[in-house]
Design a protein around this ligand. Structure first.
Ligand SMILES: [Zn+2]
Length: 244
């Protein structure tokens, strides 16, 4: 019943720009031409070194220091746009996460996927893994927003397939959005994920989430996957928003 209502809401939702709320013209989808031309793109997909990759690798290094793991290659990471809580562009991820707007999420996921597909860094990605949601939260929302994004990314990357089974959430955690400090966020998700089984061993895994804030969640996901796959398997990360 809930799913039926949500699907109806999606069909009946007015055609307006997700960012500024202006009525869309024929031919425009989810974004008006003005907001589309002003979207604060990170363009990180073409840069090995960028602030998001640095933050992601810092989380990975913290883990290595604790575990004493010998070698870890520098991970790639990129986001579609710079996320600021007060900016109207934050509606891009809020609409998907809180307003059940999956078509909008798919639209921006395809935009991210297209940019990743244009970069040689992500050309060999063969497994796209969404950050898993606890089953109870997934049941309440009806879907996992990270999976909606991962689906769009996987279908844009030639040679990649969606592999949600590669990662499981083993514990229920508090919503990261309600925690402010990096240490709090890190402690909240510690040990929350386990690597799952797959038939085909991946060569380059791309972890996908909606927003990169401190990197605590993606760092934990990386640690869980690294416990199952050696450093010959590259583990990268991609999100829609990168918090600045
Ligand atoms: Zn607009």
């Amino acid at each position: 019943m809930l799913t039926l209502l949500r699907n109806a809401a999606e069909l009946l939702s007015p055609r307006e720009c997700v960012v500024c709320g202006a009525a869309l013209l024929p031919g425009e989808k989810h974004l008006c031409t003005h907001c589309a031309s002003d979207i604060p793109l990170t363009r990180y997909e073409s840069r090995v070194l960028n602030p998001m990759a640095d933050a992601f690798n810092a989380r990975i290094q913290e883990r290595i220091v604790r575990s004493g793991c010998p070698y870890e290659p520098y991970s790639y990471a990129c986001a579609l746009f710079f996320y600021e809580a007060e900016s109207p562009y934050s509606q891009i991820t809020k609409a998907l996460k809180y307003h059940y707007n999956r078509p909008e999420g798919r639209f921006f996921a395809a935009m991210l996927g297209k940019r990743l597909a244009s970069s040689p860094l992500y050309a060999d990605v063969d497994a796209v893994v969404p950050v898993p949601l606890h089953w109870l939260r997934r049941w309440r929302r009806g879907y996992n927003q990270a999976e909606v994004i991962a689906e769009g990314v996987a279908s844009a990357l030639p040679g990649a397939r969606l592999c949600p089974e590669l990662l499981r959430r083993v514990g229920r955690t508090r919503s990261q959005a309600r925690l402010s400090g990096a240490a709090q966020r890190s402690a909240n998700v510690r040990g929350a994920f386990r690597a799952g089984m797959v038939d085909q061993r991946p060569g380059h895994i791309l972890l996908v989430d909606d927003v990169f804030t401190t990197g605590a969640t993606l760092g934990e996901c990386h640690a869980a996957l690294r416990s199952a796959f050696g450093p010959e398997v590259r583990i990268s990360a991609a999100t829609l928003g990168f918090v600045i």
